[in-house]
Design a binder for this molecule. Structure first.
Ligand SMILES: Nc1ncnc2c1ncn2[C@@H]1O[C@H](COP(=O)(O)OP(=O)(O)OP(=O)(O)O)[C@@H](O)[C@H]1O
Length: 242
């Protein structure tokens, strides 16, 4: 069986800056893997190249064995890939339900009208926003905005979810709600690449971690082991702590 996600020798430059240098890793179906590293280490750039938002300068991205390297984001979505963004960005002129319906219209299978409305309600219920479809997005609390962002990502019926610091900014009780929601997805067999700085969440959710620094993978393996490696501590905290 093919890996759910296979990345081989991925490269990206921004002018003279090498943002991602020869990055390779696989995700097996149903795995939840943490993609970690200090600010600017290249994590979001990797996410962007997987989702098709950014063209890579070299390397290959495969989903279920299919080369999606040069595909535009809407085509990548049809291969079952969805993502959340660091900054939640619902459309403020649409209500909660309409925001999910919009995502349904552009998903793997396109849904419109009443079907889309019912499906949107299902997605909203899954993330904990049952019956809240008619609310204005501007009235949502931060955790509820995060829930909506997740419902929008789930609208395309993905089987690979790219979560880019989706848990950032939550208070401790909201964080637990967020972790539980990701775990619920995990229990349903979703494959998840989790870019995250909150180690409590990484330890709770990820079987495996991949750590980047300055565009390169510097460590990978079981989280408990990787997070103790001197190279990882040095990348996060500097020489004095390694
Ligand atoms: N569009 C862009 N143009 C120029 N440089 C960019 C662009 N996007 C990212 N970079 C640079 O590429 C490097 C990697 O950035 P990236 O956002 O991938 O890091 P990151 O690990 O996701 O960081 P963070 O944890 O802060 O989100 C950084 O030096 C960043 O400034």
């Amino acid at each position: 069986m093919s890996a759910k996600l296979e990345i081989a020798n991925l490269n990206k430059r921004f002018g003279g800056l090498v943002a991602v240098n020869d990055v390779s890793f696989n995700l097996e179906p149903g795995e939840v893997v943490g993609l970690l590293g200090p600010n600017g280490s290249g994590k979001t750039t990797v996410m962007n190249m997987i989702s098709g938002a950014l063209a890579c300068d070299g390397g290959i991205v495969r989903i279920n064995g299919t080369d999606i390297t040069k595909m535009k984001p809407h085509k990548v979505a049809r291969h079952g890939v969805a993502r959340t963004f660091q900054l939640v960005r619902p459309l403020p002129t649409l209500n909660v339900s309409e925001n999910v319906m919009l995502a349904l219209a552009f998903g793997k299978q396109r849904h419109w009208g009443r079907t889309a409305r019912e499906m949107a309600e299902d997605k909203l219920a899954f993330v904990g926003l049952a019956g809240r479809g008619q609310e204005k997005v501007g009235d949502l609390t931060y955790i509820d905005q995060k829930r909506l962002e997740m419902a929008r990502a789930l609208a395309s019926d993905p089987d690979l979810l790219l979560l880019d610091e989706w848990l950032a900014g939550l208070n401790p009780s909201e964080l637990q709600i967020g972790i539980d929601l990701v775990r619920h997805l995990q229990d349903q067999g979703m494959t998840i690449l989790l870019v995250e700085h909150i180690m409590e969440a990484v330890r709770a959710l990820c079987s495996r971690c991949i750590v980047m620094s300055a565009g390169e993978i510097i460590a990978q393996g079981a989280c408990s082991k990787v997070l103790q490696e001197a190279s990882v501590i040095k990348a996060y905290l500097g020489d004095d702590h390694a």
